[in-house]
Design a protein around this ligand. Structure first.
Ligand code: NAP
Length: 219
């Protein structure tokens, strides 16, 4: 399988939460960290999010950097839950926007296509097939993908060994067990099964810490 290089980007509390229980995540990290996050977007061919993030946050996924083109957006949304009024759909004619989904038939699919959204149909088994979707994105010219969450989609990528790098912005806040986890369930029952990364850099950015990781090399 060909696939883009995948970088997971997270903005979390000290205790690894990406949002409150009610879904609110704006803003965990400070402006300086968010600016670095937008620069990371500009360095990638595409940005990906899960349907819950797309629906809950109604993000634009833009760089807001003058002169920097906005990367392609990719939403994993098997049931086409993303509203036609959403920021992503409303700007699909300006910035290429792919929805990875189960089927491109039916009224919702037609409506989204009429609004300029491009659909990638992938096999589905307890989630859309990530290898299939990544192969399709590679064939569309996407070589680098910034995965911006949420925790459920991030966990699927990690479980399938599809995360090559991590950009982790950590704020000095504690949100508690009721907050939403940065990474969902991985089914790990033994320490040997934990996913291993090497820390390659640590920076202070405003009041936050920015840690960079790469998949552990075993040679
Ligand atoms: N602080 C941060 O850095 C940050 C970043 C992003 C999001 N967030 C927060 O995270 C929350 C949303 O996270 P979440 O974990 O609930 O949802 P999520 O990861 O955004 O979306 C998960 C959904 O993606 C769809 N999906 C399709 N194929 C999948 C696959 N193979 N594996 C996993 N998911 C797949 C599924 O919905 P369908 O059945 O509809 O396809 C699944 O329920 C929001 O509150 C948002 O604000 C925070």
């Amino acid at each position: 399988m060909h696939r883009p290089l995948v970088t997971l980007k997270l903005a979390t509390s000290l205790d690894g939460k990406i949002a409150l229980a009610n879904g609110q995540s704006e803003w965990i990290t400070g402006e300086a960290a968010r600016k670095e996050g937008r620069k990371l977007r500009a360095q990638h061919d595409a940005i990906a999010v899960g349907s819950n993030t797309a629906v809950t946050d109604n993000p634009q996924l833009t760089t807001r950097i003058s002169g920097a083109p906005d990367p392609t957006r990719v939403i994993f949304d098997s049931g086409l839950r993303l509203s036609s009024d959403s920021n992503l759909v409303q700007t699909a004619r300006i910035t290429p926007t792919y929805i990875v989904t189960k089927s491109d038939e039916g009224g919702a699919a037609k409506h989204l296509k009429d609004l300029g959204v491009l659909l990638i149909v992938s096999p589905y088994d307890k989630g859309l097939s990530l290898p299939h979707a990544l192969d399709s994105l590679f064939n569309l010219g996407i070589r680098t993908l910034l995965l911006e969450g949420g925790g459920t989609l991030a966990a699927s990528f990690i479980r399938q060994n599809l995360v090559d790098r991590i950009e982790w912005f950590r704020a000095p806040l504690i949100l508690g067990a009721e907050g939403r986890p940065a990474i969902g369930d991985l089914g790990i029952t033994h320490m040997n099964a934990a996913y291993d990364f090497d820390r390659t850099e640590v920076n202070e950015v405003g009041k936050d810490i920015w840690e960079r990781y790469a998949l552990k090399s075993h040679d």
